[in-house]
Structures are given as C-alpha cells and as structure tokens.
Design a protein around this ligand. Structure first.
Ligand code: UDP
Length: 238
C-alpha cells in the first residue's frame, strides 16, 4: 500500500493468553522474550509504542463469577493478574535494552507508577515503552476496553490487537477450512455481525475516536513491525 503512513504512536494490546505460548496457564518465558523482541524493534524504529497487557492467562473475573465468586471482587483479582504480566513484559523489554515504565490504573507505588495521562505521554516522547497495567482500574471492564481507552487518551494513530491468528476470519480458521480472512472491516461490521475481535465497548470507543484497529498474529516473529507498517497479513478495521 503506497499511501500507507507509518503511525507516530501506536498501542499494542497483548492478551494474557498470548503470553502462555503453548502452555495452559501462566507465562512462558520464551514467548514473552519473543514478543518483547518485536516490540523493541518497533520502538527502536522511532515509532512511539505503548502496551496494554491482559490477564486472562492467570485470572478472569467472569470465569470466577460463573463459579460463584462476587463479580467485582473477581475483576479486581483479574486486574492484579494484568500487573503480574506487565512486570514480566517489562523485564523482557529491559533485557532487550528498551527503557520502559509500568503505569498501573490501581495504585501500587512500590512496583509501578500511578497512571497519569500527561506523564505517560512524556515517557513516550522520551522513547520509553509505557506498559499500562490493571486495565481501566474498574470492574466490569476488559483490557480490550482499556486498550481502546488508553489509545484514545494517548492520541495514538493506531491500535493493534495481537491475536492467535493473522486477522479476523469469517469463521474460526483453526476449525473451518473454508474460513476467509477479511482485509478490511468497518466498526459497524464488527458490531452488527458480532465478530470476535474486541468487545463492543472497545469497538465503540475506537469508532467514536476514529482510531483504526489492526488485528494480526502476535506469534509470528516480525509480524508486529509488519502490521505497524501496513505490510504482511492483517485485518484493518476503520
Ligand atoms: N479487568 C477488569 N477491568 C479492566 C480490565 C480487566 O475488571 O478494566 C479484569 C477482568 O476480570 C478480566 C481480567 O481483569 O477478566 C483480565 O483481563 P482480560 O480478560 O481483559 O485479559 P485478556 O483476555 O486480554 O488476557
């Protein structure tokens, strides 16, 4: 795409599951290192990068609520899970030589800075990768919504969602051989067809703020940099 302009500032949403690698729970160190290497490459190329990290590999409020736990309480536990993941991602990035800051929506001053919007912007202007932890800080939300919210607050040009497959498909490509990948979709397509990309709150927020979303395969080395530059395989939603 010749008309493609690389973003000045991009937010990457990394789900908790992405960090599990081939495991069933928790964090796989090799997978975190691989993803960190890709983030480092994009950051070094001069694009300002921030991250929102999920927590589903450790704890999900909704799952706990289905087993009888109070939903809000479960969600707070889920938000703490994202902080654990954020620290692991921070560690991997710093080993790559990238300066980082974790900013948490729930104050935990011994391990992370409190989230302060203008301070986050300043960190990025200085070339630091900012990792947003604890989602929005509110129960009943998801880290997808946190990603759309922080991307809007940070005035990002692009929101990237790293998934297990290289875009949005008409059906699950791992189960259905006839599934085809969409090159582009509108926000309304995603909402009205209930496509499994990000939850509706996140899509609505992106739509209101005209924030394009790019869905790509986070497990493919180099795919993040390609997707940021409009190359390789992905689905673009705008
Ligand atoms: N969570 C929350 N508010 C937020 C973000 C997350 O309550 O703003 C909780 C919620 O319980 C969720 C858990 O944190 O299940 C982990 O986040 P999420 O499921 O979004 O992680 P991912 O699916 O990306 O791994």
């Amino acid at each position: 795409n010749d008309s493609f302009v690389a973003p000045r500032r991009a937010l990457l949403k990394i789900s908790g599951e992405a960090l599990m690698g081939s495991g069933q729970f928790g964090v796989d160190a090799h997978t975190v290192d691989r993803i960190a290497a890709d983030v480092a490459t994009v950051s070094r190329s001069g694009i300002e990068v921030c991250l929102v990290v999920g927590g589903g590999n450790i704890f999900r409020g909704l799952t706990a609520a289905a087993r009888g736990m109070d939903r809000a309480q479960g969600d707070y536990a889920g938000m703490l899970a994202t902080v654990i993941n954020a620290l692991m991602v921070q560690n991997a990035l710093e080993r790559e030589g990238v300066a980082t800051r974790v900013m948490s929506a729930i104050h935990m001053s011994s391990i992370a800075e409190p989230y302060i919007r203008r301070r986050a912007v300043r960190h990025m202007e200085k070339g630091r990768v900012v990792i947003f932890a604890a989602g929005t800080g509110n129960p009943f939300f998801t880290t997808d919504t946190a990603a759309a919210l922080r991307a809007a607050e940070m005035d990002c040009d692009l929101l990237l969602k790293g998934t297990q497959v290289d875009g949005v498909y008409s059906a699950d490509p791992r189960k259905d051989a006839t599934a085809t990948r969409y090159e582009t979709l509108t926000y309304m397509d995603v909402l009205s067809r209930d496509l499994n990309v990000m939850d509706a709150a996140a899509i609505s927020l992106a739509r209101e703020n005209r924030l394009p979303i790019v869905v790509f395969n986070i497990h493919e080395a180099g795919a993040f940099e390609q997707a940021v530059r409009g190359e390789g395989k992905f689905t673009r939603i705008e």
